[in-house]
Design a protein around this ligand. Structure first.
Ligand code: DQA
Length: 162
């Protein structure tokens, strides 16, 4: 199983940027923790960060046939990007949206997420721990999908044998 983690604009500046909102942890340290958890659970994981909307759309599209799940923090594009929303919707891969801060406690323009409606779930306001929660949530989603597929295969086998 493979999870792709996609990080939007300015998240490469975590640890430096508005530490009062986003905390002191750097993106690479968040990724190190996620990699440790993925290794423990024998899941492949890949990380991607871009400040460019089109590159994020491209990376989502590249997940087809490659990734089983996507964890994404579209950052500022959350509130503006129909293109990223459409890409998530197009690929039909279970996706979880993460925000370090509680976007509902902040400026009004951050209250609306264009991407959340096409994601399986959203985790907000938990700081870097939100990424760990997303990993746990994604493993649960992928295990449920696998169990459903196995049950379906077993039903088909029973029908074929009848
Ligand atoms: C963010 C929230 C967004 O509103 C903001 O533009 C970000 C980070 C978060 O993780 O809290 O860049 O996605």
């Amino acid at each position: 199983m493979k999870i792709v983690v996609i990080q939007g604009p300015n998240l490469n500046m975590l640890g430096v940027r508005e530490r009062n909102i986003y905390g002191p942890m750097k993106l690479e340290d968040i990724h190190k923790q996620m990699k440790g958890f993925a290794d423990q659970n024998k899941v492949e994981i890949e990380f991607f960060q871009s400040n460019l909307e089109g590159e994020i759309v491209d990376r989502i599209q590249e997940c087809v046939g490659d990734a089983d799940g996507i964890i994404i923090n579209p950052a500022a594009y959350t509130h503006t990007s129909i293109a990223i929303r459409d890409a998530i919707s197009a690929v039909q891969i279970p996706t979880l949206e993460v925000h370090l801060s509680n976007i509902h406690q902040r400026e009004e323009f951050r209250h609306k997420s264009l991407t959340a409606a096409v994601c399986a779930g959203q985790i907000i306001g938990m700081g870097p721990f939100g990424y760990h929660l997303a990993m746990v949530g994604m493993l649960q989603i992928l295990n449920e999908i696998q169990a459903m597929r196995q049950a379906q295969a077993a039903r088909e086998q029973t029908q074929a044998n009848a």
